[in-house]
Design a protein around this ligand. Structure first.
Ligand code: GLU
Length: 476
């Protein structure tokens, strides 16, 4: 069997967003499932949309996610160059070869003429298709125009009858009537290819066996297949990926939750968690397991299990998946993704490293990403504890509560050596002396010192607040 080769082919137009990264992950998994090669190709033919630094971001993101390229601009293999703007002579050669074969033609139509055609189509309320005006120019006419320096594009000659179809791994049989296919531009007058041409030439020359990409290309793929056929090249396997929508069912955008990988990473999400979650965006395992490392995913990934229906980007699910990885994180790593956020939000100058580490550890089970710790720990940094709502109701619900708090205050006052053991002892003494247990013991203390009904271990919370703060709050 031929070695499987897939490619991630981003246009360097900005940060890597959820949808792009999901494509890269699927492309990687398809290759690695069969020990194949995963290639990076930079599609920068639209120079107007190019963003400085975008290629570096692609590399950085993929590296953090563990998506290693077997070939790409930085580690060229046998099929370079891997950046489209460095391949212009290749596209030109192949476009002219198609003209020779009678499958493409020079078109000299001016922008004004094309505008008129578009305008006419609009008036007649039909889709604009180039009318093939230049298709029948004679060899002499063409030679003369070129000699006169007239600018031209090269267009693909589409069949006007019949149907073109192919089998997509995800979407099944896709058929289009040839008469709706436009004689699309392959090579522009500035010598740059269109995506429509470059993707075919490159996928063929780079020996790509499986083309996995967003389903916005599903319906134009018949046009690409006609190019493969015109050259006499073997068509690749196509795996079009379902769209990723926001929770509101609309196209993913900043407004409905889209984030770039770097946004998530900077908020203290873990690359392993992000990758794991994105692998579930439109794909599921046969036994419904949902937590996987990249290696485990590669072992079991089956593109036949990719769903046709749009995937919904669900932040709650992302948080759930990421929390699995947060729970397993060594404390030093957890500190790396939380403390910078604490520093931004609070004044932590007087806190020792030991205190900060203890705080972070205490909340490990409670956060799903690094920055989330900020909202949970405000009780350690703000002194205006407000007891309201359900907590207030609870505090007024039983006559024993006042006693518990009085006894506990005395116990705390008597602690000379402020440590966890002595704090636990103070709680236990309160239990005996006030003769209460369970919720009636813990809840009043927790609410009084933290303002909250739920939180991490009570002795640790009390310890980290410090004796003065705890007494202060008990006496309020
Ligand atoms: N450069 C294209 C894009 O970013 C890639 C499409 C493909 O994978 O063929 O949408």
């Amino acid at each position: 069997m031929k070695k499987i080769r897939t490619r991630y082919a981003p246009s360097p137009t900005g940060f890597m967003h959820i949808g792009n990264l999901r494509s890269a992950i699927f492309e990687y998994l398809i290759a690695k499932h069969d020990d194949g090669d995963f290639i990076l190709r930079i599609e920068d033919t639209d120079q107007t949309r190019k963003v400085d630094g975008a290629v570096e971001f692609i590399y950085k993101t993929c590296e953090l996610c563990g998506l290693k390229f077997d070939e790409g601009p930085n580690n060229p293999g046998l099929y370079g160059p891997y950046t489209q703007s460095e391949r212009l002579d290749i596209y030109s050669k192949y476009a002219h070869e198609l003209v020779e074969k009678g499958k493409a033609y020079y078109c000299f139509c001016s922008e004004e003429r094309l505008q008129d055609l578009r305008h006419q189509a609009e008036l007649e309320k039909r889709a604009f298709l180039y009318d093939g005006y230049c298709k029948n120019l004679t060899k002499e006419e063409i030679a003369n125009k070129i000699k006169n320096g007239e600018k031209y594009v090269i267009r693909q000659k589409m069949p006007k009858e019949g149907i073109s179809s192919y089998e997509d791994v995800v979407f099944g049989n896709i058929s289009v009537e040839n008469k709706i296919l436009e004689d699309q531009i392959l090579l522009k007058s500035d010598g740059f290819p269109t995506y429509n041409f470059a993707n075919v030439v490159d996928d063929h020359l780079m020996a790509i066996t499986h083309v996995a990409r967003g389903n916005e290309y599903l319906m134009s793929t018949p046009k690409y297949n006609l190019l493969y056929d015109a050259f006499g090249w073997e068509r690749p396997v196509y795996i079009h990926l379902p769209m990723v929508l926001g929770e509101d069912g609309q196209k993913l955008s900043k407004r409905n939750g889209d984030a770039s990988f770097m946004d998530l990473y900077n908020d203290g999400y873990l690359p392993e968690g992000i990758v794991n979650y994105l692998a579930l965006l439109g794909w599921s395992s046969s036994d419904n397991v949902e937590i996987f490392t990249l290696e485990e995913l590669a072992k079991i990934f089956d593109p036949k299990r990719i769903s046709k229906s749009p995937a919904i980007y669900d932040v709650k699910k992302l948080n759930w998946v990421n929390a699995h990885y947060i729970k397993k994180l060594p404390i030093e790593k957890l500190c790396e993704i939380t403390i910078p956020h604490l520093k931004d939000a609070y004044n932590i100058e007087d806190k020792s490293t030991e205190w900060l580490n203890h705080l972070v550890k205490l909340y490990q089970k409670h956060i799903s990403y690094g920055k989330e710790i900020v909202s949970l720990v405000s009780l350690f940094f703000n002194d205006d504890i407000v007891i309201e709502g359900e907590a207030k109701e609870f505090m007024e619900s039983d006559a024993s509560i006042e006693t518990v708090l009085k006894v506990f205050e005395e116990e705390i006052k008597n602690i000379d050596n402020w440590n966890l053991d002595n704090i636990t002892l103070a709680i236990n003494n309160t239990k005996d002396k006030a003769n209460v247990k369970g919720k009636l013991l813990y809840m009043p203390i927790r609410i009084k010192v933290s303002g909250q009904m739920h939180g991490p271990e009570l002795p640790d919370t009390i310890y980290l607040l410090g004796k003065d703060v705890v007494l202060n709050r008990l006496q309020k």
